[in-house]
Design a protein around this ligand. Sequence first.
Ligand SMILES: Cc1cc2nc3c(=O)[nH]c(=O)nc-3n(C[C@H](O)[C@H](O)[C@H](O)COP(=O)(O)O)c2cc1C
Length: 388
Amino acid sequence: MLRAQRKLYWEGGKALAPMVRACKLPLRLLCLAYGADVVYTEELIDKKLVETERIQHGDGPNGLVEYVWKKDRSTVMSTCALERERVVLQIGSASPDLVVRAAQLYERDIAGVDINMGCPKHFSISGGMGAALLRNPETAEDMLRALRRTLDPNVTVTCKIRLLEDDAKTVELVRRLEAAGAQAIGVHMRETHHRPREPAIWDRLRAVVDAVQVPVLANGDVYTAKDIDTLRGDHGAKSIMIARGALGNPSVFRPEGPLPIFDVMRDYTRVARLVGQGDRSTIWMLNQMIRYDTTLPRKPKDAVCTAIKGPKPDLNVIADAMGLESSKLLPIKDDITWEKLGLKPPAALSASSVSATLLEGTDGPPAKRVKLGDNSGESAQTTHNQST
Ligand SMILES: Cc1cc2nc3c(=O)[nH]c(=O)nc-3n(C[C@H](O)[C@H](O)[C@H](O)COP(=O)(O)O)c2cc1C
């Protein structure tokens, strides 16, 4: 029976990878404006998500949406309509029940939910989350099935993994995840024990891409357009996911090539202030840009960097050093538009460059890929068992 309209997942696209502290609303909006197709949030833990409450600013559709922690009213996640069709909420979880409750609370504001299956940190592993799931695929499958069964069919369900110790094991894992309902799989091309400074193993991508029908987002050491070309040309990648490359310069997504880092830092600071992000988060992010950008000298001495790196950095001083007139940067929480943010709206996805992954059945069946025609740029129709 024809039942659901499904949204697209962008195959062949470029995604901003999930990054704790970094992937908040300003960075996500900036990356979308620069050309990212999909933007992931930072990882948020299921238990915390289910303890949040939704607050909508303004009367219209474009107001800021804040999810605040009921315990201390701190903001756990902010979003707005500008990113609704492109934002993926990454959840840290090892519980089908909790991951579903968390995702259901947020689903009206997001395009997708991703389960983190790659975090090697003690906190995650000890809770059975992150990379622990690579060794416990049954729980990973249960979570994917539970999400697919319960979420609005328009919400894409994905996961992000690391490589296992050999190709055969990784292939077996991704096939199981696909069969359980993952509609795209981000693959960080390192094993759990690898350090970030060790090179990503691009040679091991093709086996994964060839093993599944759903889009595989190739992640690890992508910093330039040349890296993307090499991954696509030599290693079978179609979709790309960028983390530190986008920390160093979020305009890495621009098809025309990256902008000078100071222009990007100015855009970021303006957007962060306008959407009401706290100054500490903004200053942390500016430091990351200085740290990971490759064009700046190791110890940059200009006025902007000095203001950011000083003993008591003040965002007003930093913004003024950037020529931004900090006193005029007042939050626009009630009505956030690309124009007010001073950003170019992202190009609409062209129907010919996208494909959708459609699922049939109730309980994590094999995914089926369907190419969309020109008349289906926004959605596709699929059959879905009524008993879900
Ligand atoms: C600051 C930082 C925070 C990160 N936080 C997350 C996270 O929340 N969830 C996740 O799945 N991976 C996280 N990662 C890993 C990245 O998403 C990515 O897999 C890894 O950095 C490799 O990609 P890269 O070589 O492009 O940086 C983080 C990485 C960095 C540098």
